[in-house]
Each structure stands twice: as structure tokens, then as C-alpha cells.
Design a protein around this ligand. Structure first.
Ligand SMILES: [Cu+2]
Length: 639
């Protein structure tokens, strides 16, 4: 089979996924009990991608993650699609890969069909009809027990709808926690933590259930009469001076590859690969029915697997280009998430402006346009929107939009929860945090890059600082992994510079990009909390490692039920050199969520992210060549 992709980093097409499954099945090594956790592109070596020129033949390889429920065994398999053969088959003992979407559905059915669960429901709530009960899978974690080590587990949360389209999260079945063996797909036991009456009120957000809409919104239309300013070939995109390749995996969801900016006729590389590497959402309530809630949304649930099809649920304005996500069901059937990725242009206000006082009739102003590439994952109750923004001045921004439904719990009448906030009568939302780790594989004008930590420091008082006003940036060259681990510092306005010391800019300095963090948090759980052992990447905000193809996930390859200690905390113990080499910067950002009644029944989006700004990468403002917007007769509404 010859691939019809146009770039070696394009994700596997639906046909390629199918071929990989066929090769695996034909090998005779796939059992009826085997699940296909994921099948995705085995990325070629960087040198191969660097050497690639458009039109040259592309050799495609695939990576498959398999899990045999019968043997509780995980396999990593690589395949040559051109030669139609398996090139390596490795058993990885003692690990649990990501739970598949199929397991979410099957787990719900297993709980609803369980006599023990039915009996507990009847005993506590007098419910006999389970048709309105919702069962969200929730990962089981690892708390050191034999069972956590030896079984594939889930520890679902259950809720009750009042009718088939009701928001069931309003009525948590607080005291009952089924524990499910996902290999046997059966309820091992139902843990009973006590009895909490169901909160009394319904609360809905669906359009057909909201009683009255506000009536004062006039239409706002975005018109692009000549079409969008981007060009697309396969998954390759060119937008003004930017170019990149869109990637998509079951675990990470959207990735941005080979991101370049054309400068003076030259294609200059900035990022080789940018991805959301892992997430964790720890809850801060020690109550036994709440304490084990912590979701690694990438490694345990799969952000690509949980990606929305934006065919129906997209609210972007203007001309939109969609990209499908080609995945596989756990039984090896092709699974195409139609319109998993959305791309469009947005007007973003003023990019720059100046009016020369002496030339008052010649104000110069340019509007900012940004390219938005986004994907949204629904992980049971919560939504995460992942948005990459490219700007005309060379800025790159990443933003996560957190929305969806809070994870809620029931309280008894009159109870006032210490570790959360009351949201509605007898309904509360526990305090929690959302940590995101983003992996940024820089290739600034080549692979040999160096990272500096930059702190702003006031000069000491004395004869050299007679006006007591002096301050300067102090740049610390990061030589190896251990000293590169760092947290943000408000006192020193800490940023990071990624530079290529081998390429000098117009003023003789190394070309560079500045990493500008945004909002952030530190974890409040102890370092000994089980979830934190598994999420070592929350120990620091910034980490720098030398590029290693196998290091993609900040919490390690298998965070699900792991005993911890893997990923960034383990790799960086090697203290490998990171100077003038291929470097990866990892950024952990935390959003601390003290819930509000206004987050209910559905939560207005909260935002967290960071920006990369060229800092000496270009000789001057690269957006100086923007043409003024065509003059239009000003429309004024307020006479
Ligand atoms: Cu939250």
C-alpha cells in the first residue's frame, strides 16, 4: 500500500489504521479477548523528517497498543505498513493502559446489571428501575493494595436522572461506589459509605429545558467573502507565513507538528512537536466516598478518544476547516471522529497602532488576525477545549478552556462541607485542581537549542544605583536537567528563553523565543498522596529534557493504576546535559477550582494557558508588513 499522505508526520489515515489492524489480526497473535487500545503513527526519526522534501516517497509505520483482558497483559507493537508486517512485539508487564471508550459503555452496563448494585440501590434509595441511573467509569488509581496491582479496575460514580434527558449530575448517588474489574467486566463489590438523600432539585441547561431565553441578542455575522486565508493539503496547513502539520492521537488528541514561520523567503522552524502530554485532576475532599477522585485525563481516558465530533457541537464563527480523527475501537473497528479538529480565523482586535501627533490625519493601525486550531474532549462530566493560536507577529498561544459539569456530591440537610462549596440545596462540589502538562519540542532554526531561566532583579543600592531605580534581567543558562526544574516566581517575573546559540540575529545575539507563563498553581496534596506519586510532573512548573523519542508523556507511559515515580521525575534524575542540544521544555500549569454556584448547572469556561513570543527571533516586528484594513464607511449606532 502506498500512502497518499503528503508529509511524514501526518497521522495515520483511516485506511492505514485499517491495514494495521488487518496485519495484527493476520498475525494470529490477537485473541478474542484482546482490545485495541490505540493504533497511531509511529513517527519517523527526526532526521528523516528534516531530510523530507515535498513529493518524496514516505515510508509509513504504525504503533499499536494492545491489551488482552484474558491475560491482563499489555503489548506494544510496531508495524511496517509498506511491508505489511509486525516489526516488534513487546509484552509490558504489570501496567494498565488507557481505558477505552468501549470500556466506559460496557462498565456502565455491567454496573446497571449487577444484582449487588441493584440491591444496594433498593436498600438506600428504594430505586428498582435502573434505567435512569448514570454510571461514569472513573479510574481506580492505585492506593497500594494487591487488587490495585493485579486487576484492571474502575471505581465509578453514579447519578440518577429524573427523566431520560435530565441532567443526572444534579442527583449524585453519594454513598455507593461500585468497584469494577474491567477484564471480567463485572462488579467486584459495591462499597457503601453511608446514606445521603438525593438532592431535591433538578437543574438543567439543555436548550429545550430552559424555560425562557433572554430576548435582547441581535445577530452577529462574520463574513469572509473571498474565503479563508489558509491553504490545506492533507493535514498540512499554510496560513500567511505560518506552516505546520496537524496531528491527532487517541491519547493526546490534537498535536501541532513542524511549526515554521516564513521569514525573508526562508522557512524557519520553531516547534517540532507541541502536545498536551498529561493531565491530572485531584480532588481535595478526604471523605472516603470522595478521596479517590483524581483523573489522569490523557493517560487514563485518552483526550483523542474522548474528542467531540464538532460536526454538530461547534460554535465557531466564520469559515471553518475541519479535520477528522482516525482512531480504532477497542475491538479493532475503524473509528473516525468526524470533525475532531476545528480550524478557523478570528479577528483579534488591534495588533498595533500609532498616531504621530504631528501627522494627526495619518494614524496607522493594523488589525490582528489569529488562526485557531482546536479540539474539545468530553471526559464524562467535564469538557476540556484545547486551543492553539497563531498570530501574525510570531506569537504562539496555547489555551485550555475548562467547561462542562462539576463533579458533584450530596450532603445531608443542614450540612456545610468544609472541603467544597454548596452549589444548590443538598448539593456540593468538592475543591479540586486541574493540572495540565504541555510538551514543547523546540527546533528553533535547527535542533541545537539552549534554555535560559530569566529572572528580573533590582540592583543593589549604592553608588552604581544612585536613583535606586535600576533593575535588569538575569539569565541563567540551564546546563542539565536537575537545575532546570523550576517553579514560577512572581518576585522575579520569571520567564524562560529558548535560544539557538549557533544562529545570531540582527543585533548579534542568539535567535530566541520567550516562554511566558500564565496563571498557575501549586498542588495542595502532600507529596506522599498516592495521586502525586503518579503525577510527579506537578512537582515543578518547568522541566527541560534532552529530546528522547520515547519520552512523550509527563507522568510516564502508563499512569493508570501505576505505583508512581515515572515520567519527568524519573527521567530528569539522570541530570542529562541540555546545552546546545535538541531540547524539550515541559510546562505544568494548574487551575485551582474552588467551585461557585455560578458553575452550575453548566460551568462557564475558565481559561489557563501560556504564550510563546519571539524575542530576537526576527530582526524587527514581523507584522510590520501587514496592509491596513480596507477603509469602510464607519457605521455608528449611537447617535
Ligand atoms: Cu474544575
Amino acid at each position: 500500500m502506498t500512502s497518499n499522505v503528503t508529509h511524514p508526520l501526518e497521522p495515520l489515515t483511516a485506511d492505514e489504521v485499517k491495514l494495521a489492524v488487518t496485519i495484527l489480526r493476520d498475525s494470529g497473535k490477537v485473541m478474542p479477548t484482546t482490545r485495541f487500545v490505540s493504533v497511531h503513527l509511529k513517527e519517523p526519526a527526526k532526521e528523516v523528517v528534516h531530510r523530507f522534501r515535498p513529493g518524496a516517497p514516505i515510508t509509513r509505520e504504525a504503533f499499536a497498543l494492545l491489551f488482552d483482558n484474558g491475560k491482563n497483559a499489555c503489548y506494544e507493537v510496531t508495524l511496517s505498513l509498506a511491508e505489511r508486517k509486525i516489526t516488534s512485539w513487546k509484552h509490558v508487564p504489570g501496567v494498565q493502559p488507557t481505558m477505552t471508550s468501549d470500556e466506559q459503555v460496557e462498565c456502565e452496563q455491567a454496573v446497571l446489571g449487577s444484582p449487588e448494585f441493584k440491591a444496594a440501590l433498593k436498600k438506600h434509595y428504594g430505586i428498582e428501575d435502573t434505567s435512569l441511573v448514570m454510571v461514569d467509569i472513573w479510574s481506580a488509581g492505585n492506593y497500594g493494595s494487591e487488587e490495585d496491582r493485579t486487576r484492571r479496575l474502575a471505581r465509578p460514580l453514579c447519578f440518577l436522572r429524573s427523566d431520560p434527558t435530565d441532567n443526572g449530575y444534579a442527583k449524585p448517588i453519594e454513598g455507593l461506589r461500585p468497584v469494577v474489574d474491567l477484564n471480567e467486566m463485572r462488579v467486584l463489590r459495591v462499597e457503601e459509605h453511608g446514606h445521603w438523600p438525593l438532592p431535591p432539585q433538578q437543574c438543567n441547561y439543555a436548550a429545550d429545558r430552559v424555560e425562557r431565553f433572554r430576548g435582547d441578542i441581535k445577530p452577529l455575522e462574520i463574513n469572509q467573502p473571498d474565503g479563508p486565508s489558509f491553504e490545506v493539503e492533507g493535514k498540512r496547513v499554510r496560513w500567511q507565513k505560518w506552516s505546520f502539520v496537524i496531528g491527532f492521537t487517541a491519547r493526546e488528541g490534537l498535536t501541532i507538528n513542524n511549526l515554521c514561520y516564513e521569514d525573508g523567503g526562508k522557512e524557519r522552524s520553531i516547534l517540532y512537536r507541541a502536545s498536551l502530554s498529561e493531565m491530572v485532576v485531584p480532588y481535595g475532599d478526604p471523605a472516603p466516598q470522595q478521596a479517590r477522585k483524581n483523573a489522569f485525563d490523557a493517560g487514563e481516558y485518552g483526550l483523542g478518544m474522548c474528542a467531540n465530533s464538532l460536526e454538530l457541537g461547534c460554535d465557531c464563527l466564520g469559515l471553518i476547516k475541519y479535520f477528522d480523527g482516525d482512531l480504532v475501537t477497542s475491538r479493532g473497528e475503524p473509528l473516525t471522529i468526524k470533525n475532531a479538529i476545528c480550524m478557523h480565523e478570528e479577528d483579534y482586535g488591534i495588533l498595533w497602532k500609532h498616531t504621530d501627533r504631528r501627522l494627526p490625519d495619518k494614524p496607522e493601525v493594523r488589525r490582528s488576525r489569529r488562526l485557531v486550531i482546536s479540539s474539545i474532549a468530553t471526559v464524562e462530566n467535564y469538557e476540556y477545549g484545547f486551543f492553539w493560536y497563531l498570530y501574525q507577529d510570531g506569537n504562539i498561544q496555547f489555551e485550555v478552556k475548562l467547561t462542562g459539569i462539576l463533579s458533584l456530591g450530596a450532603v445531608k440537610p443542614g450540612e456545610n462541607p468544609k472541603y467544597g462549596a454548596m452549589i444548590a440545596p443538598q448539593l456540593y462540589a468538592p475543591n479540586h485542581q486541574h493540572f495540565f502538562n504541555v510538551r514543547l519540542d523546540f527546533d528553533l532554526d535547527g535542533t541545537a537549542n539552549t534554555v535560559y531561566q530569566v529572572d528580573l532583579v533590582a540592583d543593589e543600592l549604592g553608588p552604581n544605583n544612585p536613583f535606586e531605580n535600576a533593575f535588569a534581567a538575569r539569565a541563567t543558562r540551564l546546563e542539565s536537567e536537575k537545575p532546570a526544574r523550576a517553579n514560577l516566581s512572581l518576585e522575579t517575573g520569571r520567564t524562560w528563553m529558548i535560544v539557538n546559540e549557533n544562529v545570531k540575529n540582527a543585533v548579534g545575539k542568539p535567535v530566541g523565543y520567550r516562554f511566558m507563563p500564565g496563571d498557575n498553581s501549586v498542588p495542595y496534596a502532600s507529596k506522599n498522596a498516592w495521586w502525586r506519586k503518579r503525577a510527579g510532573f506537578v512537582n515543578h512548573h518547568v522541566w527541560v529534557t534532552p529530546f528522547a523519542a520515547g519520552e512523550k508523556h509527563a507522568g510516564g507511559d502508563y499512569p493508570n493504576q501505576s505505583r508512581g515515580g515515572d515520567g519527568l521525575i524519573r527521567w530528569t534524575e539522570q541530570d542529562r546535559p541540555i546545552e546546545n542540544t535538541d531540547v524539550v521544555l515541559w510546562y505544568t500549569m494548574g487551575h485551582t477550582h474552588i467551585p461557585r454556584p455560578e458553575d452550575y448547572p453548566v460551568m462557564p469556561a475558565a481559561y489557563i494557558g501560556f504564550t510563546l513570543k519571539p524575542a530576537g527571533f526576527f530582526a524587527a516586528n514581523p507584522a510590520n508588513d501587514l496592509p491596513p484594513a480596507p477603509k469602510k464607511e464607519a457605521k455608528s449606532c449611537c447617535h
